[in-house]
Structure formats: C-alpha cells, structure tokens
Ligand binder design. Structure first.
Ligand code: SAM
Length: 254
C-alpha cells in the first residue's frame, strides 16, 4: 500500500464513476497523443492507455513512477518520466497537438497552469482537476470577487469551461476541499508577436500586484494613459474591472 505524500498533493481518485465521467468528457480516440501530469497510481492512466496511440506521463514521486514503469512494461505506447513537471523542459516532450490531462497536485496547480500557458501552441486541449476555488477564479468574469491575474492570463490564452464539481469523497485520502474538472481549449492568434505577448504578461502582473489600486497608478512609467484612454474609458478604472481583451489591447501600447 502506497504511503500518500501530502507534500506532493497525493489524493488519488478511487471512484470508477468519476473516472468514467472524466473520460466521457475527454473522449479520447485512437489517434490521440496525451501528456498526463501526476499519474499517481494510474487512475486515469490505465483506462487511457488502451484507447490512444501515445501517452507520456510525468510523475515526481520516484516510487510511483517505478511502479508505473513496471506495470506498463509490456505497453510500448507509454513513456514514464520521473521528473518534476515544473523543472522539466516540456517543449522537449510536447509535440504538436498533444492533449493534456491530469488530476493536478493542488499545492502547485497555479504554477502548472502557468507552465501550460507557455506551451499553448502545441496543445490541442487540457482537461484537469483542480481545487474548485481555483477553477472558479480561473473562470471568473471581470468585476467579480474571484477575478484576478490568473483569470486574465488563462482567459486570454484559452477558452475555459468548468465541466463539473467533484466531492472530496471520491479521493483517497479525502482532501479538505471540493474539486472541479475543467477544460481549456487554446485560442489562436491572440498576440501580434512575442513582444506583444511578453508585454501583456508584464502589464497584467503589474496591474494585479495591487488590485484595489487604479490601473493608471499601477502602470505608471510603463504606459502613457493618453494612448489607452480609448480602451479603458474611465481613467479611475481598477484592474479587476477590465476584461482580458482590454488587457490584450492595452499591451499593444507598452
Ligand atoms: N492522477 C492520480 C489520480 O487521479 O489518482 C494522482 C493525482 S494526485 C492529486 C497528484 C499527483 O501528482 C501525485 O501522484 C503526485 O505525486 C504528483 N506530483 C506532485 N507534484 C508533482 C510535480 N511537481 N511533478 C510531477 N508530478 C507531481
């Protein structure tokens, strides 16, 4: 019996109904190539492997990744990588049109989402389980309490859909919080070029360092207010009131 490591966010899915519910939304087909982040004991890996053409799994826990390598030693369409998903060069493994799946370790879920923003061009779609509160933040509309930097960054790059909520009872050990299953589909041609993309990241980060401050105060020295007044309207506007599209427009004037 595996001793769960809290430090690695190990809450394993033990309810087959939820696994089926996930697969019914992901709808894997034979030609698919998947990347699974944090396979754990293989709750999603086992049902996926026989239905698709290629599966790459990245698991930080050495004991678990050894077990997975042994269990799948006869399958030649799986690559088990024992590594930290935040430290690996994903571009080396992520080829065009890969589908990403995972029941993410909640303690580093934000960092993982940001890593996935950077290889968006190669990703076909993403299906991940996250803490419910985080999915609510990612999908929050402008002006709402949960709306913040991660909402703007993700919504600019992906179409976001929360699929369903998941009770703590389907995991072992049970987490203290509810979870949600989310789908992200990359948006094409959001930025004019790399400079525009980098400026977008910079101004969104600056704007949300202090979400209650007026945008013009947070961006002072980085942008001229005259140039963006047609985008923001009221010059007293706060970052939490602007949509991701407005931030994309503002980034053109940095
Ligand atoms: N997919 C399995 C399931 O649904 O039962 C396990 C999910 S569990 C919430 C998260 C998994 O991510 C664990 O197996 C954990 O060891 C792994 N993990 C944690 N941090 C990681 C990291 N930085 N890189 C790769 N895997 C990680």
């Amino acid at each position: 019996m595996h001793k769960h490591k809290k430090s690695l966010g190990q809450n394993f899915l033990v309810d087959k109904n939820i696994v089926n519910k996930i697969l019914n939304r992901v709808l894997p087909v034979t030609s698919d190539c998947f990347l699974e982040i944090g396979p754990g004991e293989g709750a999603l890996t086992f049902p996926l492997i026989d239905r698709i053409s290629k599966l790459i799994v990245i698991e930080k826990d050495q004991t678990l990744s050894h077990k997975l390598s042994e269990m799948f030693s006869k399958n030649n369409n799986i690559t088990v990588i024992n590594h930290d998903v935040l430290k690996i060069d994903l571009n080396k493994y992520v080829k065009n049109q890969i589908r990403v799946i995972g029941n993410l370790p909640y303690n580093i879920a934000t960092e993982i989402i940001f890593v996935l923003l950077d290889c968006k061009m190669k990703i076909y779609d993403i299906h991940v389980m996250l803490q419910k509160e985080m999915v609510d933040r990612i999908s929050a509309p402008p002006g709402s309490k949960q709306y913040g930097r991660i909402s703007v960054m993700v919504q600019a790059n992906y179409n976001v859909k929360k699929l369903f909520d998941v009770s703590p009872n389907v995991f072992e050990p049970k987490p203290k919080v509810w979870s949600s299953y989310m789908r992200l589909i990359p948006k094409k041609k959001v930025f004019i070029n790399n400079t525009h993309r980098e400026n977008f990241k910079k101004i969104v980060t600056l704007a949300f360092i202090s979400r209650r401050k007026m945008l013009k105060t947070s961006l002072k020295g980085n942008i001229s207010l005259d140039k963006i007044s047609h985008i923001i309207g009221d010059e007293k506007v706060r970052p939490e009131q602007l949509s991701h599209n407005q931030f994309i427009e503002i980034a053109k004037y940095v």
